[in-house]
Design a protein around this ligand. Structure first.
Ligand code: GAL
Length: 679
């Protein structure tokens, strides 16, 4: 996927790579606010997100508007040369709104009401809430439409973050409208939901509910459609606010901060992408993951996939520890800079944080910030200044893009479907499965585009489809076409099982991929807790096995060496003849079990080798190298040394972080970041 760096929208008036974070001046007295801008200048900050949680400050009581503090903030930022991603201020309604209208409060599946006192206590489908949110958005837009600091609209905040699913009566009404639009008449819904089962037939849309707490498993297609509806409901809310902004300020780009990572399940960001002028993402490390930098890289590649290859904004990450995990890890020396540049390497043209100044009060006071409680004589502040300086030094990266020969298919509906209840096993994790494959590719230094199954796959030599449980006929055909064009396609267990309504594709698994792979699975053999099997090369596998039959021409590359399926195929390969019209043959691999990390590395290596895909620049394990390409033919290597040893890479050019020529190889000290303009 190679996006052409054309006239894409970008925050107005921001040069080079943008740098900054969420700025919450309403938490501070005037003297501090004045100091803030001076310190932002010292750090090289160019863009801050303002007024995200400011509704109660802007409108302390119904109809009373207090703009003074915000006028002053924007004026001062502008005078200091800092541009503003101005929020709609709708992210958390003020207490008075919930007090006057308790019917805006969201409801869980079991009827629990989520009360004010935290944040985001609103039902996205509430007509009352939405009317107020639209009203406030218009007021903000009209007030600041001509303000010179206005660079970007920041709609709400992490839409759906805390309440992806609301099961209230408003949600029920909106869900019914959504279903009517999707199915037209209730018999089509009955067919899609398979309601002949368990006496679930509906006679009218009025009888349909969101999946609320029920005596046993709720209808799977109802659950799936409710997930689709909920993602669409949040998107529709975004669109409504954006449309107000576009109407008032047509020239100002609009975005909202996504949470694309292995953690956020319920919003189908691929379906959102077309509605955002610029893709923006938030990412936080998982302190319990010893290889959290690999998950970070995955998140960044997924964000670039959502952005269709165009540069994107890292809207939030943390300078050091967060406050919301069970144990919150402080970042090690150099880690924050590496984290930031991992995102830049993978296409981010902006590095921003939650938040500028660490709060003294409230639930996030122990969350790190660019300017910590300890002030400027701290490592965190010195890191903030160093990052600002380093981003300036590499400003020429702006607008350049990343190219990959490997596509890793990622699908939110497949995630929802794979993890529904009442399945062969309840402990299958879709994101963990995808990440295991990503990690094997990352270890080989291979750049990967994380894209949806319907993406244009024509530029890829390798396509990996882990546990793609559910997909449409068109998506399946798209994957098969990649193999017929010469790509090596790797599909894994519990893929191609169901259509988009979660109806099993009959005739043997993996239905949608049976012909492509040349296999037919007769029965799944889910393994018990702690149970493993061994493959004929000694690889250990767990969780899942299958009784697989091979079609003519399909070869068993590995078989099960023990267990109930001993002697049966575990890894298969079929040569896929080139499509009519020539070209080269492709290959279709099927992995019918969950192998351990070494086993998965071996499978991945075999697929990469046959496709002739290897790292652009060979580097020691733990040294990450990603190339960005400019429209003018220039290219840069972004190098992150995650190890404790210095390395020398056999590349030449001009190194931008240190400002020195690299004539005799590029030296990258332990833990360091380097950006080489290649000669
Ligand atoms: C994000 C959110 C921010 C802040 C941050 C803390 O989810 O957008 O407002 O809460 O997390 O990590």
């Amino acid at each position: 996927m190679t996006a052409q760096p054309t006239d894409r929208p970008w925050p107005l008036g921001v040069e080079g790579l943008a740098y900054g974070g969420d700025y919450n001046p309403e938490q501070w007295p005037q003297s501090v606010r004045v100091e803030d801008v001076a310190l932002m200048q010292e750090a090289g900050v160019s863009l801050v997100s303002v007024a995200i949680f400011s509704w109660a400050q802007i409108e302390p009581r119904p109809g009373t508007l207090e703009w003074g503090w915000l006028d002053e903030t924007l004026d001062r930022l502008h005078a200091g040369g800092v541009q503003v991603a101005l929020a709609t201020a709708t992210a958390s309604p003020p207490p008075w709104l919930a007090h006057q209208h308790p019917e805006i409060l969201p409801v869980l599946a079991d009827g629990t009401v989520l009360w004010p006192g935290g944040r985001q206590h609103y039902r996205v489908a509430s007509p009352v809430y939405r009317e107020h949110a639209l009203r406030l958005t218009r007021l903000v837009a009209e007030r600041y439409r001509d303000h010179p600091a206005l660079a970007l609209w920041h709609v709400d905040n992490e839409l759906g973050c805390h309440v992806p699913h609301d099961h209230s009566d408003d949600a029920a009404a909106a869900f019914r409208r959504w279903l009517e639009a999707r199915y037209g008449d209730v018999e089509a819904l009955n067919a899609a939901w398979g309601t002949a089962f368990w006496s679930q037939r509906y006679d009218s849309f009025d009888e349909v509910l969101p999946p609320r707490s029920a005596p046993t498993f709720a209808n799977p297609t109802q659950q799936l459609d409710f997930a689709r509806y909920s993602s669409d409901a949040w998107l529709e809310h975004y669109r409504a606010l954006r449309d107000v902004l576009r109407e008032v300020t047509p020239g100002v780009p609009t975005t909202t901060n996504l949470m694309a990572s292995t953690r956020t399940k319920w919003l189908d960001y691929f379906s959102w992408a077309g509605d955002l002028d610029i893709i923006a993402n938030d990412h936080y490390l998982d302190a319990a993951d010893p290889e959290d930098h690999v998950e970070l890289a995955f998140s960044a590649d997924l964000t670039r996939g959502i952005a269709a290859g165009r540069p994107w904004i890292l809207m939030e990450h943390s300078t050091s520890a967060v406050n919301w995990q069970p144990r919150n890890r402080t970042k090690r020396p150099g880690e924050m800079l590496r984290n930031s540049f991992q995102h830049v390497a993978r296409g981010a043209d902006a590095v921003m944080f939650f938040q500028w100044r660490q709060s003294a009060a409230g639930a996030e006071k122990f969350h790190s910030a660019m300017l910590p409680h300890g002030g400027t004589d701290t490592d965190v502040w010195r890191n903030t200044v160093e990052l600002g300086r380093t981003l300036k030094a590499v400003a020429e990266l702006r607008g350049s893009t990343v190219r990959a020969r490997v596509a890793l298919l990622f699908s939110y509906p497949a995630w929802w479907g794979a993890e529904l209840d009442s399945h062969p096993t309840n402990v299958l994790s879709y994101p963990a499965t995808v990440l295991a494959h990503y990690r094997a590719l990352w270890r080989r230094g291979v750049t990967v585009d994380v894209v949806e199954p319907s993406a244009d796959l024509s530029g890829y030599d390798v396509v990996v489809a882990p546990t793609l449980y559910l997909l449409s006929d068109d998506e399946a055909a798209n994957v098969a076409a990649a193999a017929a064009r010469g790509a090596s396609v790797l599909v894994t267990y519990f893929s191609g099982i169901a259509d988009e309504h979660d109806h099993v594709r009959l005739g043997g698994y993996p239905g949608a991929f049976r012909d492509l792979l040349g296999v037919r699975t007769e029965e799944f053999w889910a393994l018990g807790e702690g149970q493993t099997v061994t493959l004929d090369d000694g690889t250990s596998a767990d969780l899942w096995t299958e009784k697989v039959h091979l079609a003519e021409g399909t070869e068993a590359v590995r078989t099960f060496a023990d267990g109930d399926l001993a002697g049966g195929p575990a890894l298969t390969r079929r040569t896929v003849p080139a499509a009519a019209g020539g070209g080269r043959d492709g290959a279709a691999w099927y992995l019918a079990t969950r192998v351990d990390a070494d086993g998965l590395q071996a499978v991945t290596d075999a697929v990469l080798a046959e496709a002739g895909v290897r790292a652009d620049v060979p580097a020691a394990p733990g040294v990450e190298v990603v190339r960005r390409h400019g429209a003018d033919g220039r290219s840069w290597l972004v190098v992150l040394n995650h190890t404790g040893d210095g390395v020398r890479l056999p590349v030449t050019g001009h190194e931008l972080v240190t400002g020195t020529p690299a004539g005799d190889g590029l030296v990258v000290p332990a833990g360091a970041v380097r950006v080489l303009r290649e000669s």
